[in-house]
Design a protein around this ligand. Structure first.
Ligand code: GLN
Ligand code: ZN
Length: 760
């Protein structure tokens, strides 16, 4: 039987973030539209050439995007909200970027006034953000820029036969937000447009189209199932053969439904859900071309190819197969060969380029026998064996410690009310105590000093002096403005996860391992490869220094275990819960050391706790139980009088409130400034026992709020909570703001708290 290789999508940012640089130069007005488009087309060509050379048979086109593939789909369908439409109604590049980024001030050359960007949110459970499609009542859709056809033709002209990628209509509709209309009412209109697009692709010569419906791995409702049935009944008659592509999880209860849709091929994720292979083989007619996602598109580990072949050989003897990554390679860094400093760890890793190589090896082994690639297979097995036993990965002391964790270690000694009294006695906070979330502006001076230090242009002593001066200035300013609980400002931190990862054993860092987060923005997630331990205290000296400058309490500031886990590439050789517990123990050590140094209040940030929720609701509780457990394990080593704070920068809590309560933090700060304290209703209904700092200053915008506005917000909060439960603080850290904004805003915030104290 014939075995082929597909990639589903390739990193679009370029090996050296060329797209980022091209976009930012264009936005800054330094280059022309033609130069931007030229750079983009160069990246596409290089991507096709690379994938082909690596042995891919099915090259994707239209996986590239100047900003976001969901936005591309919206523009393709003409789903352009009124406020972005230019006078001549044309969806040009200015319209596209206005939707992506908003515009500031005046009217630009194309007549775009000042508008905010479309809403942005996370793509399933990844750290990639898409722009939410928006549909209004009475909106007329119409085909626009057919980028998908253009890019197919572009590839073809260069000699590459591609399989264009489209985001499926039902997933697109499910992601869309309707204003006065249920997006599904537009199903038939949308299907008509998709049918037309497929017709044009067929006309241009496309034999197959990859149509992504990741929705199929979620809990579907009847409306979505009906829409899928209707969609594929119609689209399968529209021209090219369809490879219906699912990823990020198993089809689960949708499996027989998906396998019965009238499409020519079906792609499944066998990394997240290997158990679906057998039922799928039973359910899938021989005429359905199966695409097996056997290489992890969401993580950076090298595969054990022989183990995969053990599973695949019997199947490959009975039917044609496409081998593919579990999902688009968009979510992993481009090329491991660009990393020179990973040492031993490198042998266990595979980035996008290496993953295509792995697929090509599997193909050879299946088509021509294992002997044809024996040497390569042996190397992969060797690396896998190595990883199972390497002392860099396995640390018996960590294992013993985890095994010895007792129930008591998850439990503070006294309950929250008793602790509250003990803390009040020690801390002596006024009513409506004021504080901030941790960071103060990371100015260009701070970032420059760090860059010069990293390049060796500034020596350690000079850098340290610089950071101390920044910290001292910030402590002085907080005293002057009258904040009650101070912070040191986090000037020494590059990033709230990386800073800790760099000091813990078990983490590795890349130099070029960038992954697109949104638009031109990329992140370099740490790689958690081994058992985690904390060789030495990480933050104690900075805290001690800051506290030495003032008599007011300075909060210790840590990132929590769940957030460190969720913002890293993590081990696939043990459950996430186990990795999280190891990190929790390391943070616990830091918490205990801070307390021993005299710290009275310690904040453990869990910014990413909610985003780690599994895609299927039935898996939520298991996750929440171990995630909350890890937080508790990190926090519960201190005495009653030490106040544990946590911070979460989001506002959807109602569905997970019992778990938030179970974290048992003494004080939690949350985002609320933009939602008028509405979410506090949930906290009230749940009788949340702890103290809460509902953010009164929206730090996500440059705007400086006034005192009255903040007083009004806290009064609203008081409708839901007892006054003694309330803290007064911004929504999140201030690192992205300018001092010129922060100073008046915090002054007003302190004034607001004082007003409330007088009138209380
Ligand atoms: N302590 C961190 C800061 O202030 C918290 C940031 C976050 O939650 N994203 O920057
Ligand atoms: Zn935050």
């Amino acid at each position: 039987m014939t075995i082929t290789v597909a990639t589903l999508g390739f990193p679009r940012i370029g090996p050296r973030r060329e797209l980022k640089h091209a976009l930012e130069a264009y936005w800054a007005g330094k280059t022309s539209e033609a130069e931007l488009l030229d750079a983009a087309s160069g990246l596409r060509t290089a991507g096709w050439a690379r994938q082909k050379a690596l042995g891919a048979d099915w090259l994707p086109s239209n996986d590239f995007s100047l900003y976001d593939h969901v936005l591309d789909t919206s523009v393709m369908l003409g789903a352009i909200p009124e406020r972005y439409r230019s006078a001549d109604g044309e969806a040009d590049l200015a319209t596209y970027f206005a939707m992506a980024r908003g515009t500031t001030g005046g009217h630009d050359a194309c007549g775009h006034g000042s508008v905010t960007a479309c809403e942005m949110t996370k793509w399933f459970d990844t750290n990639y953000h898409y722009l939410v499609p928006e549909l209004a009542a009475g909106q007329k859709l119409a085909l626009n820029r057919l980028k998908v056809v253009d890019e197919y033709r572009e590839a073809r002209a260069q000699g590459y036969e591609t399989r264009p990628v489209l985001l499926g209509p039902v997933t697109w509709l499910s992601l869309a937000k309707g204003r006065g209309v249920d997006p599904f009412e537009m199903l038939d209109e949308v299907l008509g447009l998709y049918a037309a697009i497929l017709g044009q692709l067929a006309h241009a010569g496309a034999e197959w189209v990859q149509i992504d419906e990741p929705l199929l791995v979620l809990d579907l409702d009847e409306k979505q199932r009906r829409a899928l049935t209707r969609a594929y009944a119609r689209l399968s008659r529209s021209g090219p053969k369809l490879m219906l592509t699912t990823y990020f999880g198993g089809l689960g209860d949708n499996l027989s439904f998906a396998a019965s849709l009238p499409v020519a091929g079906l792609h499944v994720d066998l990394v997240r859900a290997p158990e679906q292979l057998d039922p799928l083989l039973k359910a899938a007619p021989k005429s359905l071309l199966l695409s097996l996602g056997v290489i992890d598109g969401r993580n950076v580990w090298r595969a054990d190819l022989e183990a995969l072949l053990d599973r695949l050989e019997a199947i490959a003897a009975t039917r044609d197969l496409v081998l593919a990554p579990s999902c688009s390679l968009l979510h992993v860094p481009m090329d491991l060969a660009l990393e020179k400093k990973l040492g031993d760890v490198a042998q266990w890793l595979a980035f996008a380029v290496q993953k295509v190589e792995e697929l090509a090896l599997l193909k050879c082994a299946l088509n021509e026998g294992r002997d044809s690639v024996a040497g390569e297979l042996a190397k992969a097995s060797q690396a896998a064996a190595n990883r199972k036993t390497s002392p860099r990965v396995h640390n018996p002391a960590v294992r013993d410690r985890v095994a010895g964790v007792s129930d008591a270690m998850y439990q503070r000694a006294a309950d929250i009310a008793v602790r509250g009294a003990a803390q009040a006695a020690v801390l002596g906070m006024p009513a409506f105590p004021t504080t901030t979330i941790g960071s103060f502006p990371q100015t260009s001076e701070v970032r420059n000093a760090r860059a010069r230090f990293n390049r060796g242009e500034l020596d350690a002593a000079a850098y340290d002096t610089f950071l101390r001066e920044e910290t001292e200035r910030t402590i002085r300013w907080q005293e002057e403005v009258g904040l009650d609980m101070l912070v040191h400002g986090e000037f020494e931190r590059n990033d709230m996860v990386q800073y800790f990862g760099e000091q813990l054993s078990g983490f590795a860092f890349t130099v070029n391992g960038w992954v697109q987060s949104y638009g031109s923005r990329c992140v370099r997630p740490p790689i958690l490869y081994g058992d985690v331990s904390r060789p030495a205290p990480m933050t104690v000296e900075w805290w001690r220094y800051a506290q030495s400058l003032t008599t007011r309490p300075v909060k210790g500031m840590l990132t929590g275990p769940v957030t460190i886990l969720n913002w890293s590439f993590v081990r696939d050789d043990q459950p996430r819960a186990d990795s999280c517990k190891q990190i929790a123990l390391a943070i616990r050590d830091e918490v205990i050391d801070l307390e021993a140094a005299g710290c009275k209040a310690i904040q453990i940030d869990e910014a990413a706790l909610r985003e780690g929720l599994p895609l299927r609701q039935r898996d939520w509780q298991t996750y929440l139980d171990w995630a909350v457990g890890s937080f508790r394990l990190s926090a519960a080593g201190v005495g009653d009088a030490t106040q544990i704070h946590t911070h979460m920068c989001y506002s959807e809590f109602n569905d997970i409130l019992p778990s938030i309560g179970a974290m048992d933090a003494d004080v939690i700060s949350i985002e609320t400034a933009r939602s008028q304290m509405e979410l506090l209703e949930g906290f009230a209904a749940y009788r949340y026992p702890g103290a809460i700092g509902p953010g009164v200053y929206d730090i996500h915008a440059p705007r400086v709020p006034g005192e009255e506005e903040m007083v009004a917000l806290i009064r609203l909060a008081q409708q839901h909570l007892r006054p003694e439960q309330l803290w007064v603080n911004p929504d999140c850290g201030l690192k992205t703001r300018k001092w010129a904004e922060v100073k008046p805003a915090i002054e007003a915030m302190v004034a607001a708290a004082r007003t409330l104290r007088v009138s209380a």
